[in-house]
Ligand binder design. Structure first.
Ligand code: PLP
Length: 381
């Protein structure tokens, strides 16, 4: 059976991916920061420079994060740092641990480098520690990639207790933790937990980004870690792009120096927190028998769909622009290389859109179709 009749409505609601809302961008402030930094550092902005990044930005980051300068590497967005890490650390067949499910683009990069991905099931309060401990008995992973705050795609946050257990395991097993934390500062309620870097600074690479705080357009990500490894990643960066985009880094620095970061974080919280509430309310209304995660921040809610609802590798890429049930996140088992974790039927919802009710209703309809007897095909053409 093919559902081929409905015309796609004109408004597209994309439920997936960590894309910030256009209306969150501080455009005027970015224009002013760009003007100022081109005035003050014009040549440096337009010239090549060290691959570690624009030194004044690195100095600012070092001060902000409370670390030595040689621990700071910047790049064109944080995803690229993962690519450099893979280039430096991985040979085909090497084992890497990730949460399952995990951020699909990281998984793509790991696969591209031939990594054998071992998935550690993700629970509502972070990775399953017993499974992590067990996996460490039979594997010597190059690193454990984890997103402890408002995880992509699950929305789960690692508890303080589990963070300490992970730090302890890392110390005992010589495990390198790669802590990817781009959503950490977008906490709408609840209590902040320490970073893994704070708990195990010699065993952790901490990554974050201005993508979710200013805009993806500034493409400024950063990593904090052990100086020798940082220098080695900077060499991989140099061999890849000579130097990162200094103009973007200069704008980012000038914007931060003007004291705009904290007010912007407060602005983003005011923008997104009600949307999260609206999203959860809408899911409760339209899908009362599905169980959403109830995150305290970030961009993602995920749903455990009711028994009998199929969503997985068999799900075709949706053609209807209103509802993208899944994007490139087909199914947790396949996509994180292990046993299913927190969410079995992953339905990733990014609540950056203000009114989710129409989309939730669409999900409800599609889920209803998925429940019906075999042969349902969600493609609209
Ligand atoms: C967990 C995670 N890491 C990294 C990134 C990439 O961020 P950037 O734009 O800094 O490369 C994203 C973007 O969605 C993300 O969700």
């Amino acid at each position: 059976m093919t559902i081929a009749t409905a015309q796609p409505p004109t408004t597209a609601i994309n439920f997936t991916r960590g894309v910030p809302a256009n209306e969150s961008f501080p455009i005027d402030e970015v224009i002013e920061a760009a003007d100022a930094v081109l005035e003050s550092h014009g040549a440096a902005m337009l010239q090549y420079g060290p691959s570690l990044g624009f030194q004044p930005l690195r100095e600012w980051l070092a001060g902000w994060q409370g670390v030595a300068l040689d621990r700071v590497l910047t790049s064109n967005g944080s995803l690229q740092l993962i690519e450099f890490l893979c280039l430096r650390m991985l040979r085909p067949g090497d084992v890497v641990f990730t949460e399952t499910p995990s951020y699909d683009r990281t998984l793509t990069l790991l696969r591209r480098h031939g990594a054998k991905i071992v998935g550690i099931p993700l629970e509502a309060d972070g990775p399953d520690i017993a499974a992590l401990e067990d996996a460490l008995k039979s594997h010597a992973p190059k690193f454990f990639y984890t997103i402890p705050d408002f995880q992509n795609p699950a929305g789960a946050t690692c508890s303080g207790t589990k963070r300490r257990q992970i730090a302890d395991l890392a110390e005992r097993h010589g495990l390198l933790i790669v802590e990817d934390a781009p959503y950490r500062l977008l906490r709408y309620r609840g209590r902040e937990e320490p970073t893994l870097y704070e708990l195990a600074p010699e065993r952790t690479l901490h990554m974050s980004s201005f993508t979710k705080l200013i805009a993806p357009g500034v493409r400024t990500g950063f990593m904090i870690g052990e100086p020798k490894l940082i220098a080695s990643l900077a060499k991989a960066a140099e061999d890849t792009y000579i130097s990162p985009g200094y103009l973007a880094q200069g704008i980012t620095l000038e914007w931060c120096r003007r004291g705009l970061l904290l007010p912007q974080i407060e602005h983003l919280k005011r923008l997104y927190a009600p949307r999260l509430e609206a999203c959860l309310a809408s899911l409760d209304t339209y899908m009362p028998d599905a169980i959403p995660t109830r995150p305290e921040g970030g961009f993602f809610v995920s749903l455990t769909l009711p028994d009998g609802v199929l969503i997985g590798a068999d799900l075709p890429v949706p053609m209807n622009p209103v509802t993208l049930l899944v994007d490139s996140n087909p199914v947790s088992t396949e996509y994180a290389g292990g046993a299913p974790g927190l969410i079995n039927g992953v339905l990733q919802v990014n609540f950056k859109v203000p009114d989710l009710a129409p989309g939730s209703h669409q999900i409800q309809l599609q889920v209803a179709e998925r429940r019906s007897p075999a042969g349902v095909n969600l493609q609209t053409k």
